[in-house]
Write a protein that binds this ligand. Structure first.
Ligand code: 3H9
Length: 693
């Protein structure tokens, strides 16, 4: 039973019992419907609804979306609760989200414990609130505030909810007791029901302006924009019509690819940390970590660890280097202080007690895990690992933050390759959410488990990767960057490509991102790869020539773009270099349509991703999707490259790749896994499902 009915004197209590998050699945809806009906038939004077376990209802059951509806629908249930002739009280704790908050808004009174959080996060699933949230919330808090809450999807805490008038009381204690006390008072005062639907329509605001602002931020995502329309209806239509429109818009959004993409992202974020190989494996202890190298990356890693409560020993080569590293970390921490992530006392304790900067590797002798973040050069890394092998205590984990290099070769420079792992952070490491946990041929399972445990402690999404050049993310980026370079040589411009990518939903185009990361990084990597290249490979050189001019992107003020203050303009040198290279190679440039640019770019990305999964570098397609979403700015509403590929149709993508291969058979070699899936009529998501069984 998911809803327990109890009578406490003349108060009926409906206790939700649907772990883990009391999602409002069919059985819960039925239980609430029956409970409300029965309470009135029993002659109860009030109803209290609360959640057993860790939370009030955290929303509709997302797994039901896209399947046939089983009555009662959630909007009907909210209407039924609101129409109750006796007052219904929501006693909330945990997370009252989406349909959960809508059920509470269907109730006549709302009380909550101080730790409760509430919000309407449906836009993050490609949806809008579909059980009256867009009609009831604006009646309570006004359209402006409702638009802010619904289009951001951000939850608010109980104090803010009280201030806005979403709830009537905040009090610490047991939610059931809180609800019962409130109900007794209401009964004593002879209080009546209080349906929000009977409140006056909210005042008109500048909806057009609000919609334009939301559309700009949404960058191609549909649901936040639709949400503004729905909220506007609350002001312009009678309640019932507004509700019917909300339902229509909700059902339209259910059918979209964006809804599928975002729900894929939601479940993948949770699935990605589940690795059968780690079942029953206990991670090693982690209290202190060492970081070697105090540049932007090392300082960022140290900051992330310090903010997570770990002690950090940071090693630099000289005293001046150590002092500079400490300054960098202090700068990061003062940012965290300003944003309210830590208070002054914690800030001071971290800087004065938890962090130690030194120049002697001996200082690492007691640390549990040491992450090397030195220059990306195999010889230097090997020297560092040989030294670590000398000083690290037995059982300490030796981690490399390398972004491309062969982890097995690094591990071989120690006497304990089972303790060696790759922990590939993304810069700035205290901000970016992705951590690639790179597992070498000899890495011990409990070392892998510790890598994941560290990622969790740092608040990262950790993704397992095998060893290959660039691991999951950079290997893919290398390929789609090559594809973009080929298009530039053949007639497109970096600026057209960036515009196409931004239209697709990336916050920044590829070339603008390169400027941000620093063009010297890619240049160094191209130099490293030069001797390994196949003679059949097309390798444009215009990017090297930009670097040869000393233009490294944002840090020098010039790269693909010229940066002045906060604005950027195209750098005219770039197309001059491109044109010179075209002439040298005898290429007559041709026009590329935006659609063709996107098709080629995405085909290159998907094809490489399929190779990565096919080779077992990524365990599942969803691992690739998570890397792209969390580390490379792939638009969440497309779900990730392989979810996007499924929705486009794999046969169509393979046909594209085969047709591009007629011009460049070396670059466009179809991934065997893609060929196999097309032949079997299966999708990448089928592989995700099989892996979850
Ligand atoms: C909606 O309400 C639409 C309505 O407006 C209209 C309808 C007509 N359904 O995240 P966790 C699972 S849309 C099904 O690890 P936490 C989750 O997959 C909904 N399952 O825990 C995981 O399963 P597993 C609006 C759900 O403590 C397990 O529960 N609501 C749902 O870190 C634990 O989850 C939302 O968008 C669900 N609604 O965080 C809220 N929610 O163990 C979505 C969770 O097998 N949920 N699961 O991997 C959340 O934001 C977080 O789960 C929450 C807990 C904050 C609640």
């Amino acid at each position: 039973m998911t809803i327990h009915y109890e009578l406490h004197d003349d108060i009926a209590v409906l206790a939700a019992d649907n772990p883990p998050v009391n999602a409002l699945g069919h059985a819960v809806r039925l239980g609430l419907q029956d409970g409300i009906t029965r309470a009135q038939a029993d002659g109860a004077k009030a109803v209290v609804i609360y959640g057993r376990g860790r939370t009030w209802f955290a929303g509709a059951d997302i797994r039901e979306f896209g399947k046939p509806l089983q009555e009662p629908s959630l909007p009907d249930l909210c209407n039924l609760i609101e129409a109750s002739t006796i007052p219904v009280i929501a006693a909330m704790h945990g997370t009252a989200l989406g349909g959960g908050l809508e059920v509470a808004l269907g109730c006549h009174y709302r009380v909550a414990v101080p730790t409760a959080k509430m919000g309407l996060p449906e836009v993050h699933l490609g949806l809008i609130p579909g059980a009256g949230g867009t009609q009831r919330l604006p009646r309570v808090i006004g359209s402006e505030q409702a638009i802010a809450l619904i289009t951001s999807g951000r939850p608010i805490d109980a104090a803010k909810a009280l201030e806005l008038g979403v709830i009537d009381k905040v009090e610490a204690g047991d939610p059931l007791e809180l609800g019962l006390d409130y109900a007794r008072n209401l009964i004593a005062q002879g209080a009546q029901t209080r349906p929000i639907s009977k409140m006056p329509a909210p005042k008109l605001i500048d909806f057009e302006g609000a919609k334009a602002g939301v559309a700009k931020k949404a960058r191609g995502q549909i649901s936040p924009v639709v949400a503004v329309d729905a909220v506007q209806n609350a002001s312009t239509l009678p309640f019932d019509q507004g509700l019917a429109e909300e339902r229509r818009l909700f059902l339209e959004l259910i059918e979209t690819d964006q809804r599928q993409g975002m729900i894929h992202a939601f479940f993948s974020e949770r699935q990605v940390r589940k690795l059968p190989e780690l079942d029953g494996i206990t991670p090693r202890n982690l209290a202190s970590i060492g970081v070697i190298g105090g540049g932007t990356m090392g300082a960022g890693i140290a900051t992330a660890a310090l903010l997570a409560g770990l002690c950090v020993v940071l090693i630099e080569m000289t005293d001046a280097g150590a002092a500079a590293a400490k300054d960098r970390i202090a700068g990061n921490l003062s940012g965290a202080l300003k944003r309210g992530k830590i208070d002054q006392a914690k800030h001071d304790a971290i800087l004065n007690e938890a962090l130690r900067c030194a120049t002697d590797y001996e200082a690492l002798s007691q640390t549990d895990l040491i992450i090397e973040a030195v220059f990306e050069d195999m010889d230097i890394k090997k020297q560092v690992f040989a030294k670590l092998d000398q000083v690290a205590k037995p059982g300490a984990i030796l981690a490399s933050n390398t972004s491309y290099l062969d982890l097995d070769e690094i591990a071989a420079s120690t006497s304990r390759p089972a303790d060696v792992i790759g922990l590939h952070f993304f810069s700035p490491a205290h901000v970016m959410k992705l951590l690639e946990v790179v597992v070498g041929a000899q890495t011990a399972p409990d070392v892998v488990a510790t890598g994941f445990a560290l990622g969790k402690r740092l608040g990262k999404t950790s993704v397992r990767s095998g060893v290959c050049d660039g691991f999951i993310g950079n290997r893919m980026m290398f390929t789609y960057r090559s594809c973009a370079d080929h298009m530039v040589l053949d007639g497109a411009s970096p600026y057209q490509i960036d515009r196409v990518l931004e239209k697709f939903g990336f916050a920044m185009g590829l070339f603008a991102v390169s400027d941000l990361a620093g063009l010297d990084i890619g240049w160094a990597n191209r130099k490293r790869l030069a001797p390994l290249r196949d003679p059949q490979e097309r390798v444009p050189t215009y990017a090297d020539k930009i670097c040869e001019k000393g233009d490294y992107g944002q840090k020098t003020g010039r790269g693909y773009y010229i940066y002045e203050g906060r604005s950027k303009v195209e750098n005219p040198d770039v197309m001059q270099l491109v044109e010179a290279e075209r002439t040298e190679l005898g290429i007559t440039p041709r026009a590329f349509s935006d659609a063709e640019i996107l098709r080629r770019y995405m085909a290159a990305m998907v094809n490489e991703a399929a190779k990565i999964v096919g080779e077992g570098i990524a365990r599942r397609p969803l691992d690739v999707d998570m890397v792209s979403l969390m580390g490379y700015g792939f638009p969440r509403f497309h779900g990730g490259p392989l979810k996007w590929a499924d929705m486009q149709g794999l046969p169509e993508l393979l046909a594209d790749i085969q047709s591009f291969a007629q011009e460049d058979a070396f670059f466009w070699q179809p991934a065997p896994l893609l060929v196999q899936l097309v032949a079997e009529g299966r999708t990448f998501d089928d592989l995700n499902k099989e892996a979850a069984q």
